[in-house]
Design a protein around this ligand. Structure first.
Ligand SMILES: Cc1cc2nc3c(=O)[nH]c(=O)nc-3n(C[C@H](O)[C@H](O)[C@H](O)COP(=O)(O)OP(=O)(O)OC[C@H]3O[C@@H](n4cnc5c(N)ncnc54)[C@H](O)[C@@H]3O)c2cc1C
Length: 222
């Protein structure tokens, strides 16, 4: 069996809820399983499989996943009820949303659990990026402190209904796309986008129109 088709088995160590719909899954690292920061693997239970980004540094002893429980979702609802000791099937690490060193200003743009590859990159030592971190509410700004420490500029963008009461350094009230339309200056840039297809579509369209020499790397989660 070659390294692109090999299946691994990983055992769940713990599950920690970060807010009412998002949790982290800690799992054992199977022997021989390797990845690059930003890559994902398929997790499988009872015949269903989906892709999930590895958020730990590639030299970590355990695997970690940041997972949103999608209402009615076939696999994320199963993973939300998994218990320590359960075994998951896992494919090899895949994907191209990995960091490429550059002299250009680097912008990471994430919505929701789309922050996952950037958590992995920060854990792997990537520094000096601008990060637009989009969420509805403050409790959706996962791993905020470590991302603030790694970024040269951290811009939380809150779009939910409780946003008027929140005060955070650098807070932008609105969607990440609103921030880019209002405040982005300079270029050309390297942009990394991860999260909803709608956000990736809108940001790509805006960058193509106003910053045509900008490089864009993206991964859509839905
Ligand atoms: C490369 C890649 C990496 C990914 N990494 C992650 C990750 O790190 N963490 C993570 O939580 N997810 C990640 N996803 C999404 C994940 O693979 C699943 O699609 C997601 O968990 C939903 O699966 P499900 O079986 O629960 O829902 P499904 O049964 O597949 O879908 C049920 C319904 O929910 C909709 N839906 C699917 N995803 C979402 C969503 N995110 N928000 C709202 N509605 C949705 C579907 O369109 C469908 O209508 C990634 C996807 C890709 C392609």
């Amino acid at each position: 069996m070659d390294s692109t088709t090999r299946l691994y088995r990983t055992t769940v160590l713990s599950r920690i809820w970060l807010n009412e719909e998002t949790f982290e899954l800690y799992c054992t690292r199977p022997q021989g399983f390797t990845w690059l920061a930003g890559q994902y693997a398929t997790l499988g239970v009872r015949g269903e499989e989906r892709e999930y980004t590895l958020i730990a540094s590639p030299d970590a002893q355990e695997l970690r996943f940041l997972i949103k429980m999608v209402a009615g979702g076939a696999l994320s609802t199963v993973l939300a009820n998994i218990v320590p000791g359960d075994v998951l099937e896992m494919g090899p690490a895949k994907g191209y949303l990995t960091f490429r060193p550059t002299d250009r200003p680097v912008y990471f743009v994430a919505t929701g659990v789309g922050i996952a590859p950037f958590i992995a990159m920060a854990a792997d030592g990537v520094r000096g990026f601008h990060l637009l971190h989009g969420a509805r509410n403050e409790d959706g700004l996962f791993h905020r402190q470590e991302l603030i420490a790694a970024a040269c500029q951290y811009i939380p963008c809150l779009s939910g209904k409780d946003r008027p009461s929140v005060t955070l350094p650098g807070l932008f009230h609105g969607h990440v796309t609103d921030y880019l339309q209002a405040d982005l200056q300079g270029g050309p840039f390297d942009f990394y986008l991860c999260g909803s297809m709608a956000m990736i579509h809108d940001v790509t369209h805006h960058l193509d129109r106003h910053y045509p020499d900008t490089r864009i790397y993206s991964e859509a989660y839905n």
